[in-house]
Design a protein around this ligand. Sequence first.
Ligand code: BTN
Length: 261
Amino acid sequence: MSFVLMGYESLDSTNDEARRRAEAGAEAGTVVWARRQDAGRGRRGRRWVSEDGNVYCSVLLRPACRPAIGAQLSLVAAVAVADAVTGGLPPAREVRLKWPNDVLVDGRKVAGILLESGADADGRVPWLVVGVGINVLHCPEGTDFPTTSLVAEGLRGEGEGVVKGVLNGFLEQFGRWHRIWRDGGLEPVRTAWLERAAGLGEAISVRLQGETVSGRFGGLDGDGTLLLLPVEGEDVRRIAAGDVFFPGMVDASAAVPSRHP
Ligand code: BTN
């Protein structure tokens, strides 16, 4: 896939602009990038603080597949972001993935991914937008999850060059992992995701709509759903959507959702 980059000083949300372009007929590979967003969105309706100095971009795809297959692109993007940021950090830094697609550096969230898609009358996905936010120069405070930025973790560089470098690195890796997924299906991506996973086999809790469940992180099923191993006795639970917390992280779900997760 080749990319066509559409750059903006400011947008409501790069995902919204990518959707508008998709509905107007833009081609797969269109990338909407903005220096800042006024209405950046995170998963589950949360706000994504989007000041100058971080990466905010959305890649338009036209997979024409069933929604469950399209959702796999969230793991594709997560592996791509992890590989893109690893290259620029000191080797001692540990880049890991937290299901489904948060990218952590030494346990702190540095990037998030938001997939949004349209639906055809025949149940196929006519367009899908992969929205990626990467904390390059700064990160929000007071969030559900601890956060960090690439520069705080040792990425070298200054000003706009460093942001563009991270954006280009992501697009290169996304192109590579998208090809692997397109040609080989989810399995190689699932394997790569698990190699980069945080907390495999360890205690986690998962915040679902209306309840929080606990167990051990048993990896991913063949379709990318999370496997929650029971604490005692119960069946393995397959989870399609939720927020994962590791021990010691504060689940601030009772608070008003307002900032980055
Ligand atoms: C998350 O909750 O972790 C996902 C955050 C996704 C943020 C990115 S920034 C670019 C794109 N535009 C948005 O409004 N959201 C995504």
